[in-house]
Design a protein around this ligand. Structure first.
Ligand code: SAM
Length: 251
């Protein structure tokens, strides 16, 4: 059930930072922050979907002024409670359309949207709007960075539409794909210690790299880099995700 916090409500927020996922490992965070700090240069950074500050807080500690937009007060309250969290400017709203007002003293040289969160915009028009919103915030020459998976349709055998991505004796997670509309839903089911179950589902829209390039172009951005990951290794046909960097074309 969706509420004002979107799909990242109190229950999700309280567990978010306890994840054992690779994205939460200190070396993975440091690698991403290195790239973001270099791209921000001497300007400010704007994170769409800032969440609990997984990247924003270490980026701010590197001396980059960081501002964030997020729908979820539950996620943002975790960020606020961490050291340095009170110094991050936050705007509550939908990052596809919300403007940061007033803009910070330094121009935004970097906007970024990581961890597959562009797919949380569940239709193409919102994803297009998101690129426009990023471009509207950026100074000329500034860059928009997106980290997102490559749609995993190669994993779907003919006649099926489900990809499991977590299985354990007490938990299952899988994605159901609609390959006509590019809509999909992740379903998470977890047994609780009392033997009951908890389930929640998050809809998303998967999106192809070339489609993102077109959205960028519509927003006045052009591709500068497409990497396989934060290591900056080249993106190849075997890449399962990409980190893409588009720059705002001076007019
Ligand atoms: C997967 S979390 C990522 C948080 C953080 N960027 C990180 O890397 O850990 C996604 C975040 O995006 C926020 N979010 C999702 N869709 C949003 C939207 N349309 N507008 C604003 N925030 C959104 C959620 O509330 C959540 O905090």
């Amino acid at each position: 059930m969706i509420n004002a916090d979107g799909y990242f409500d109190e229950r999700v927020a309280e567990q978010y930072d306890q994840s054992s996922g690779a994205e939460f490992e200190p070396t993975a965070i440091a690698r991403a922050v290195d790239v973001l700090a270099e791209l921000a240069g001497r300007g400010a950074a704007l994170e769409f979907g800032i969440g609990t500050g997984r990247l924003a807080l270490p980026l701010a500690r590197r001396g980059v002024p960081v501002h964030g937009i997020d729908l979820s007060r539950a996620m943002v309250s975790r960020l606020r409670a961490k050291p340095g969290g009170a110094d991050i400017g936050i705007t509550i709203g939908d990052f596809a359309t919300t403007q940061v007002t007033p803009p910070p003293a330094e121009p935004f040289t970097l906007a970024y949207l990581v961890f597959n969160t562009i797919m949380n915009l569940a239709d193409q028009e919102s994803q297009v709007e998101c690129f426009r919103n990023a471009a509207d915030h950026l100074a000329p020459g500034g860059v928009f960075v997106v980290e997102v998976m490559v749609p995993e349709l190669r994993k779907i055998p003919p006649g099926q539409n489900i990809v499991p991505f977590h299985t354990s004796p007490t938990g299952w997670a899988y994605t159901v794909y609609d390959t006509v509309t590019q809509d999909a839903t992740c379903h998470y089911i977890e047994l609780t210690p009392d033997g009951r179950g908890e389930a929640h589902s998050i809809p998303f829209r998967y999106v192809w790299p070339a489609e993102l390039d077109l959205m960028a172009r519509l927003a006045g951005l052009r591709l500068r880099h497409r990497w396989d990951s934060w290591t900056r290794a080249p993106f190849t046909e075997d890449s399962v995700q990409h980190v893409s960097v588009w720059e705002k074309v001076p007019v």
